[in-house]
Design a protein. Structure first.
Length: 234
């Protein structure tokens, strides 16, 4: 049955691959973007900076008018601003937290209200293998660790109403975000991944679809690590 799906950060990278996979499966898909809309005409493209509760609410209003209440939320929008802690500005620390953590919270809060009324829904959030800590990424790692705690709290709050909240924790995925890594850092990470390669956005998208599927109905509050084994050697 076709569902109303909303993917934040769905104009590129993992979010776009995920949106395309849901659309291919026959779902009605809205994606939010901040800079440029996605190239795909079959995705409902909504401008939305997740650091603004007003923009989040406006995007949901439009998605709901077009597709009905959101039944599957994928909170994929994320950013980073890497710097050693002693040099990191308050602005960069706050901006990364506001996007990755509070942005995920804003969309979950908005989606959760109608999911609670409907007594069903799926929320999928994005953490990272770097959530255990990573030099030069105190802001990013903190945000991605906190996303897990937030998602597990939502899982505990809403599970009794048929709503699940789960987290995907990727390692290295080939997107714009990781193209910004220095060659040395990328090689260092690749050399430590037991599978010996990065994941593709499509591979992560498949896992999102699984978590949103009936086959995953019993999964709630889990962290699905999708890193080719990287976290086993970190
Ligand atoms: P990309 O850099 O390719 O895309 C980031 C997306 O987030 C874009 O759609 C961007 O929109 C959106 N975004 C950033 N800031 C905001 C904001 N304030 N409001 C709304 N949208 C925003 O990232 P990936 O596809 O690689 O990553 C997707 C998720 O997966 C992120 O949460 C990331 O942290 C996580 N992840 C990625 C890994 C990887 O190796 N790639 C590894 C582990 C986790 P716009 O283009 O308009 O700026």
């Amino acid at each position: 049955m076709s569902r109303s799906v909303l993917v934040t950060g769905g104009n590129r990278g993992i979010g776009l691959a995920t949106a395309r996979a849901f659309a291919t499966a026959g779902d009605r898909v809205a994606v939010t973007y901040r800079s440029e809309p996605p190239p795909d005409a079959n995705l409902l493209a909504l401008p939305c900076d997740v650091t603004s509760a007003e923009q989040v609410n406006a995007a949901f209003d439009t998605a709901e008018q077009a597709h009905g209440k959101v039944e599957v939320l994928v909170a994929c929008a994320g950013t980073h601003a890497d710097e050693l802690s002693v040099r990191m500005s308050d602005h960069d620390f706050d901006r990364v937290l506001d996007t990755n953590l509070t942005g995920s919270f804003r969309v979950a809060r908005r989606a959760g209200r109608s999911m609670l009324r409907a007594r069903r829904g799926r929320m999928i959030f994005f953490s990272s293998v770097l959530s255990n800590g990573s030099a030069g990424q105190a802001n990013y790692a903190a945000s991605k660790a906190a996303v897990i705690a937030m998602a597990r709290s939502i899982a505990a709050e809403m599970g009794s109403r048929g709503i699940t909240a789960n987290v995907i924790s990727p390692g290295l995925v080939t997107t714009e975000m990781t193209k910004q890594l220095s060659d040395a850092r990328r090689e260092q990470l690749l050399s430590r991944i037991p599978l010996g390669r990065a994941a593709t956005p499509d591979e992560i998208a498949n896992l999102v679809l699984f978590l949103a599927s009936d086959a995953a109905a019993v999964l709630n509050g889990i962290v699905l690590t999708a890193d080719g084994g990287l976290s086993t050697v970190l």
